[in-house]
Structure formats: C-alpha cells, structure tokens
Design a protein around this ligand. Structure first.
Ligand SMILES: Cc1ncc(COP(=O)(O)O)c(C=O)c1O
Length: 382
C-alpha cells in the first residue's frame, strides 16, 4: 500500500461539479471558464504559427517576444518597469508558476499564511515542499484582510504569505492601503510573497487593481503570478507567467526547468502577436465583464438570493439563507444542480474551518448572454 504524501487531497469540487453538470444537463456556472471563444485573431495566430513550424521546444524562460509583451503590458497597466529577460518567466498556467514559487522558497517546517476562503492549489503545493499552511480567515463582511489575525498568525517560522486579488471565490480586492499595511507588518522579517493576480484585468466600477508589481517595497520579495487563460478567454491553454526580482526568478527557474521546462510554443507566439496587435484587449476587459456582471445581477434581482455585486473576478457569490437555510452549501449545490439545473460551487470548500451557518454559493458569470439569461430564469424560480 502506498502512503499518500497528500492524504487530504481527493478529486476537486470543480471536477465533481462540472461532471455532475454534464451528467444532469445542468447549466455549468460552477467551474471558472468562459462558454465563449477567445478573440478570433488570437485563435487564427495559433494555426499560423503551427503552419510556420513553430512546434519545437520554446526557451525554458519563455519566448523573448512574449516576455517583452508582458513587460510592456505591465508598464502600461501599472507604470512599473520589469526586465523581460531576468524578471519574467512564461509558465504552463498560473498553477505551475505558483507551485514553482513555493518549491523555490519553502523548506521543511516553514509556515505559509493563506487567507480563507482560499484557492485550492496553494496548500498541496506547500505540503509537498515540506511546509504547513496557517489559515487566516478574511473578514466575514466584505472579505477584507484582518491585520489583527495576520499579526497573531505570524511566527518565526513564517516564510511566505499568499495573496490573491482580485479574489476567488469572493471577488474582493486588496487595496493599496492594505498592501502598505502589509509591507509595514513584514518589513523586518524574512518573508516572501506569492501574489496571485490571475484576475488582474477583471475589476469593475472604476476601482483600480492594486498590483504588487506597482508596490516597490513588496515587489522586492514577491512572485507575482498571472494567467493568459483568464485574460484572453482561453483557460484550456494553461499558459501563464510569473514576475519576480532577478534573484527570485533565478531560483524559481531552477524548479520550473524540471517541472515542465517550458510552455507550449505556438501558443506563446500567438499570444505575443495578439498582445502586440491588440493592446486594447486588456483595457476593454473590465467593461466587457462588468456588462456580464450587471446583466446577471439585474436578472437575479427578483430572485430570493441575496448578494452584493462583486468588484472583481468573474464570480458572483449569492446567499441562499432565504431559500433553503436547512441545507449546508454542499447539499445546496447538489440540490441546485439536480433539481434546478444550475451547477454552482459551495464556498465552504475554500475554507479549512467554514464559518458556521454561512450560506453562500459561487456562480461564474463568464458566460454568453443566453446562458446567463437561461441560468437566471432557473434561479429566479427557486
Ligand atoms: C485564484 C486562481 N489562481 C490560479 C488559477 C489557475 O490559473 P491557470 O489556469 O492559468 O493555471 C485560477 C484558476 O481558476 C484561480 O482562480
């Protein structure tokens, strides 16, 4: 019998709910991916580069043209200068970048502070590195960082803090003032940051995304991660990047080199072309997704779900206390999928210790207008 190194890991809820949606024919608002295609020019560019013979290994660090486009976008979006050769690495998805950053830094016995509700890939990556996650809950109202709790969780063994803004599953943003407060708190400590910013361009109502890339002090100890999958509507391409100061990048690349070595070549060429030709894509993304959020929330307004419109990501949390307070959120998600034809994700799966009585499910609104309309019709009669 094998003794598992990850005894607490099973099939993720995202796989389970997507499978159930497929089996039952429910609308899948559970897993976070669009039901529409990426921009045609981007898709066409992949075919072009495959035909041109760009089908062999890319450089380990990523294609130089793509790293240059990433650095140019960072300069435009955040006014920050990063060196595309020594600070930017292209990875097969943000997930690989996060894994490599953790392996590069975390040793046996180190502690990593994560914030609940928390994206599911962080903890197994920390455990495989021999570390331990210390879970700190975000505030129940507004899901903000709770600095008293962070202070209490810090120990001499704390080696990393993992931030995620815009935040999955709550849609909350970390503000510049909070980043300043965090910088002050860890100023004299040997602590690294992973800043998971895969939803960096999905921010609404004119609220800016406070990137760690634009925070000079925090950036010195940070791995900032993003995902082309989220930004260009192509999650299945599993292509992302990580930006970190040169010394940290060098250590991360030692791991990345032996996990995947490099990302998929024609996809990198296509992304580089598209970014050069369509810099407006990222500028238009907030309005594009805000329109979806607003359509979905307007359609849900007559329902018995209660909610506050999210300020970031493509997820909307809804509270179902008025509908089935007797069901916990896992049971509610199954009931909604089987009986009402809409698959959702229960928020408790993102917690080490789910708050008692919390009645929240997560709905993904990265969907075509028809899908959102059909889903809202079903949700309004529950
Ligand atoms: C918070 C967060 N981080 C990372 C990822 C993974 O991104 P990728 O698909 O590029 O690996 C996701 C995808 O859902 C996510 O929600």
């Amino acid at each position: 019998m094998i003794t598992s190194k990850l005894p607490n890991v099973g099939t993720t809820i995202f796989t389970t709910m997507s499978q159930l949606a497929a089996e039952t024919g429910a609308l899948n608002l559970s897993q976070g991916f669009p039901d529409f295609n990426g921009p045609q020019a981007l898709l066409d560019a992949v075919g072009k580069h495959i035909a041109l013979g760009h089908n062999q290994y890319a450089p380990m660090t990523g294609l130089p043209v793509l790293r240059q486009q990433v650095a140019a976008k960072i300069a435009r979006s955040y006014g920050a200068t990063v060196n595309p050769d020594s600070e930017v690495t292209i990875t097969p998805g943000a997930t690989e970048a996060i894994f490599c950053a953790i392996q590069a830094v975390i040793r046996n016995g180190d502690e990593v502070i994560v914030f609940d509700p928390c994206y599911d890939s962080y903890e197994p990556s920390v455990e495989l590195a021999g570390g331990r996650c210390v879970h700190v809950q975000l505030s129940l109202q507004g899901f903000a960082l709770d600095f008293e709790k962070i202070k209490a969780a810090l120990s001499p063994r704390t080696r990393m803090i993992i931030l995620n803004s815009p935040h999955n599953p709550t849609g909350a943003l970390i503000s510049r003032a909070e980043l300043d407060q965090l910088a002050e708190l860890i100023r004299d400590r040997d602590i690294y940051l992973v800043s998971d910013e895969v939803y960096e361009h999905l921010v609404f109502d004119g609220v800016p995304h406070a990137s760690v890339l634009a925070h000079e002090e925090l950036y010195q100890r940070a791995f900032v991660v993003s995902s082309f999958g989220k930004t260009y509507h192509v999650t299945g391409w599993k292509t992302g990047y990580v930006v970190a100061p040169a010394a940290l990048t060098a250590e991360l690349r030692k791991v990345h080199q032996y996990v995947n070595f490099c990302g998929v070549t024609p996809l990198q060429y296509a992304l580089a072309d598209f970014m050069a030709e369509h810099p407006e894509h990222v500028e238009e993304l907030p309005a594009f997704y805000q329109a979806k959020r607003d359509l979905f929330c307007d359609l849900l307004a007559p329902s018995r779900f209660s909610f506050t419109r999210v300020t970031g990501t493509y997820f909307q949390l809804v509270d179902y206390s008025q509908i089935r307070p007797d069901l916990d959120d896992a049971a509610m998600s199954l009931w909604m999928t089987r009986e009402h034809g809409v698959a959702t994700i229960p928020v408790s799966v993102f917690y080490q210790h789910p708050p008692q009585g919390q009645r929240l499910v997560r709905l993904c609104f990265a969907k075509r207008e028809e899908t959102l309309q059909q889903a809202a019709e079903k949700l309004c009669v529950i």
